[in-house]
Design a binder for this molecule. Sequence first.
Ligand SMILES: C[S@@+](CC[C@H](N)C(=O)[O-])C[C@H]1O[C@@H](n2cnc3c(N)ncnc32)[C@H](O)[C@@H]1O
Length: 351
Amino acid sequence: MARLDTVLGQIIKDRIRSKGPMTIQEYMATCLYDSRYGFYSQGPNIGSVDGPFDTNAKFSAFAFAITKAVKQADQLLGNTIRVVELGGGTGELGKSVLRFLENDRNYMVVDPSSGLRVKQDQVGLQAVGDLTEITPAPTFLFGNEILDALPVHKVMGTEQGEILEFFVDLDEAGEFFEIPLAPSTPALLARLQSLNVTLGRGQVGEICLELSSLFQKVKQVVEPGYVVFVDYGDSASKLYSFQRRNGTLRSYYRQHQIHDIFYAPGEQDLTADVDFTTVRREAQAVGLVGGTPVSQETWLKNLGIQEYIDPENICARDVEEIECLTKSSQLGSAFDVLIFKTIGLPEGPGG
Ligand SMILES: C[S@@+](CC[C@H](N)C(=O)[O-])C[C@H]1O[C@@H](n2cnc3c(N)ncnc32)[C@H](O)[C@@H]1O
């Protein structure tokens, strides 16, 4: 498929010409979050019919379940707590959750993407760009598919048991290509060593270094409370296994998965499976407890998603929504849920 000539693609090429190759992490961060032309900064219709991909967020039943989690967290904390949604997308999910909560709740969205914040604002949500803009308070914080949208470094094992890192460079025709070079930071090998992972020769894997700072900020805000992440991913031992030897970094363009991460910079989504082992470690490092992944199916059923269906007036669409969210052949096993709590609280909602 011939690559598209995008404005952001030209900007990145100019940067490489003047400063040399950039890491995949920098490329991904620019493609997704460049303040003007980044995929998310432009405010895509995530989850809509014409959007780049489906998410839980488009299902009202999912918002209902989040509402149940918020109410259960209230009871566990003995307080009416604030809700913070990380990565609010188009704001549809937040709007539905607030509607189920009868608009009677302090609900904040945190999203670095200006175009999406505009959409969140348009549906009546209060949105800020960074967690540091929020003061500490008793909180239920959740994020649906935000961890998979954090930029990752891409590395490859060598014969000597070390790693090289992939950089983005330009060939003679001025086209993007990936080149393995010495790692940009020793933190990459250190991460793999801390996980007891040795990548085989030629084996590829992604590493997200942003998780540490994210959890430090989360801990500053959730005082006390619960933190819930819904995402696709796996334990480090499975993620860095031979079965995934080509890594998990992938791209979506208009609902279709495409292999070329250089197809349309700024117009395609880039994403990678989440390393749940590191997520738990970084959460624990800031004093959060828990985080054993449970399937979305189990979590939603534990919360009581079935109550979304009105027994007096069973509607086929409601039944379909629940099936889509919980069936293991659909989204039910595609996503896992990691539930954390601050020290001293009872087990989190649905856990
Ligand atoms: C895959 S989209 C998911 C959006 C929405 N939660 C949904 O399910 O439709 C990823 C979202 O995470 C946001 N995001 C990326 N990095 C973030 C961060 N560090 N803090 C909060 N949100 C972030 C993006 O701007 C985007 O809104």
